[in-house]
Design a protein around this ligand. Structure first.
Ligand code: SF4
Length: 212
């Protein structure tokens, strides 16, 4: 369990670094996300590694909510990410239920770079941002060489470097959350017999509200 805690702490440092770097590019190029938009959280193709979900799983474990969260995710039937809290009928307006512990994928996308077929830098921009900021998109494409975007693969590699075993395989995001919870519960069970009890922080009421 101690090893998982160390990995989660290392990951928090990397998360901070990539969040600042990728958000700075979006801000600087004025490729802003639409306020309250949750379309990316509904996408069926969101993937994360078990490693990426460890900080959330450990937080829930320390608050005594990991088993409940595991039950909830096993019964989750809605489209998109388990953590997404939608506010509109069509589901497109909403927010992340655990923004501080979101995985790397949610920090890297929006507007970031990828390598095209010929090895050239291309700009990946979410379709909502494209529609909202056509001029900023045009300017960003013109400035691609002089002001290159941070590359998605660099961010992913920084995360993977924390632990290649747990970070090497991407899964659908809900499976990654589930497996991270199972891992933490499993290791926590054995640690409870051999390691001293951790200091349990107070639950943050704004972070991951279990469904009623
Ligand atoms: S972790 Fe949060 S930001 Fe990422 S897809 Fe899920 S709800 Fe959206």
């Amino acid at each position: 369990m101690q090893r998982l805690r160390v990995l989660a702490e290392q990951l928090d440092v990397v998360y901070q670094q990539i969040s600042e770097q990728y958000s700075a590019y979006q801000r600087q190029r004025e490729l802003f996300c639409r306020s309250g938009c949750g379309e990316c959280c509904l996408h069926p193709g969101i993937e994360a590694s078990v490693l990426e979900m460890l900080p959330l799983a450990i937080k829930l474990y320390d608050e005594g909510r990991a088993e409940q969260a595991l039950d909830d995710i096993q019964q989750h039937q809605k489209a998109g990410c388990f953590l997404y809290q939608s506010f509109s009928e069509d589901g497109k307006q909403g927010q992340c239920g655990s923004y501080a512990h979101r995985p790397a994928v949610c920090r890297l996308f929006g507007a970031a770079g990828y390598t095209g077929r010929e090895g050239q830098v291309e700009l990946s921009v979410c379709k909502v941002i494209k529609a909202d900021h056509p001029q900023a998109l045009k300017d960003s494409l013109i400035a691609l060489e002089s002001d290159p975007p941070p590359m998605i693969r660099h961010g992913k590699e920084l995360v993977r470097q924390v632990d290649y075993e747990l970070g090497g395989r991407n899964l659908p995001v809900n499976d990654a959350i589930k497996q991270a919870l199972e891992k933490v519960l499993f290791e926590g069970y054995y640690a409870s017999m051999t390691e001293p009890e951790p200091v349990i922080p107070l639950a943050d009421p704004l972070d991951y509200a279990l469904p009623a």
